[in-house]
Design a protein around this ligand. Structure first.
Ligand code: SF4
Length: 390
């Protein structure tokens, strides 16, 4: 069956899967691995690839928070998988510590720089802060390279480069508090406690930007931020080579082969950075050309991999990619939840039934459509339907 679910109201779980707390999906368990400092050593990458092939369906996703998701894990193999991951140094002491250690860092860090030091100290502090009952999706970003690159990536508390200085900023605020490398982590933890004290997480759920919209930033957060636009592109970067993944997914064999070229950093842009690599061979799932039209489409897992999906998504995304107008983006979603693109997109196709979609312009997957009941076949036959009425 490729139509998947029949209900049009997606289920909201309010928590993210981890390794110790996996989530059931249409193709088995999803086990999310939070690599320490967003990086796999060569041995870890090869080990994860092998475990994916032994206990799962051999498919790996990168999440929007730079975590690696192992798909299709058999329920009866979960325990053995965890032992394998523990042996690779990829398992936290308990599910709560795993959830708290939600630290994203710019993949362009160098050993010993502000990003690296702050992310290490913050990860250790969060693991130890058993009393800090933050919501499951609450996360931190260490973004202290020469200019911030994570401002468009979800994070509740940000430590980011602001000219010569560092700025601690609550997500949703356009002002923050200047910090130093030494004060950044204690102040970030104080901001997390302020969030809880201010009622940011009633019933254990809530995000910083919602609290800031209600009551503004804390009184000491008065220094203006600098907005920095950034778009990741496959190709050479100072730390190595950036390779995009088609729909953020790759076969486990590709990860193992990439490890032949160096340690691997995970990014929140559906891409991997292979440390020190001057170039990469074409491997299944990789996009190495910055002009590849597939970089203009995002599509969630869809059916049959997601239990809530009303249709397949990625087959249509692949076919429509060459027809997406230059400089714009097409989001194809298997239901109104919009997992692959929680914000707005210039063009969105939201599945309403098997191979049937609504077209939304400049909105989210749940917004009011401009056109309804567009069949996948009609869109393939006349992709200009995407542009009509614009
Ligand atoms: S948006 Fe896609 S992946 Fe998310 S719940 Fe809906 S069908 Fe599943």
């Amino acid at each position: 069956m490729n139509g998947g679910a029949t209900s049009q109201t997606p289920k909201v779980y309010g928590w993210c899967p981890g390794a110790l707390r996996p989530m059931m999906s249409g193709d088995g368990l999803v086990v999310r691995v939070r690599a320490p400092l967003g990086k796999f050593s060569v041995a870890q990458a090869r080990g994860v690839a092998r475990l994916s092939q032994d206990f799962g369906n051999g498919l790996l996703d990168i999440s929007a928070r730079a975590n690696l998701q192992m798909r299709g894990i058999r329920e009866d193999a979960h325990e053995e998988l965890i032992e394998g991951l523990r042996g690779l140094g990829l398992i936290d002491p308990d599910p709560e510590a795993e959830a708290r250690r939600n630290v994203l860092l710019t993949p362009f860090w160098s050993a010993g720089d502000d990003t690296h030091s702050i992310a290490m100290e913050l990860s250790t502090a969060l693991t130890a802060s058993a009393d800090l009952a933050l919501p499951g999706k609450f996360g931190f970003a260490a973004d202290c390279d020469s200019a911030p690159v994570l401002q468009d990536t979800a994070a509740d508390i940000r430590i980011e480069r602001n000219g010569e200085a560092l700025l601690l900023r609550a997500d949703g605020a356009d002002t923050g508090m200047p910090v130093t490398r030494e004060s950044a982590v204690p102040e970030a933890l104080a901001l997390a406690r302020w969030f809880l004290e201010q009622g940011g997480a009633p019933e254990g759920r809530g995000r910083m930007h919602r609290l800031i919209a209600r009551r503004g930033p804390p009184p000491a957060h008065t220094a203006p931020m600098t907005k920095a636009g950034f778009r990741a592109k496959p190709g050479a970067v100072p730390a190595g080579t950036l390779a995009a993944l088609e729909f953020g997914q790759m076969p486990a064999a590709t990860l193992a082969q990439l490890a032949d070229h160096g340690d691997i950093r995970l990014t929140p842009w559906r891409a991997l950075l292979v440390e020190g690599a001057a170039g990469l061979p074409p491997l299944p799932g990789l996009i190495l050309d910055a002009t590849d039209p597939r970089l203009q489409v995002v599509a969630c897992t869809g059916a049959p991999g997601c239990l809530q999906a009303l249709s397949t998504t990625r087959d249509l995304a692949r076919d429509l990619a060459p027809h997406v107008p230059a400089g714009t983006k097409l989001h194809i979603s298997g239901c109104t939840k919009g997992c692959a693109c929680p914000g707005t997109a210039p063009l969105t196709l939201t599945a309403t039934a098997k191979d049937e979609f609504s077209l939304i312009r400049h909105g989210t997957a749940a917004d009011l459509p401009l056109k309804t009941r567009l069949s996948a076949d009609a869109l393939r036959a006349a992709p200009e339907l995407l542009k009509e009425g614009s």
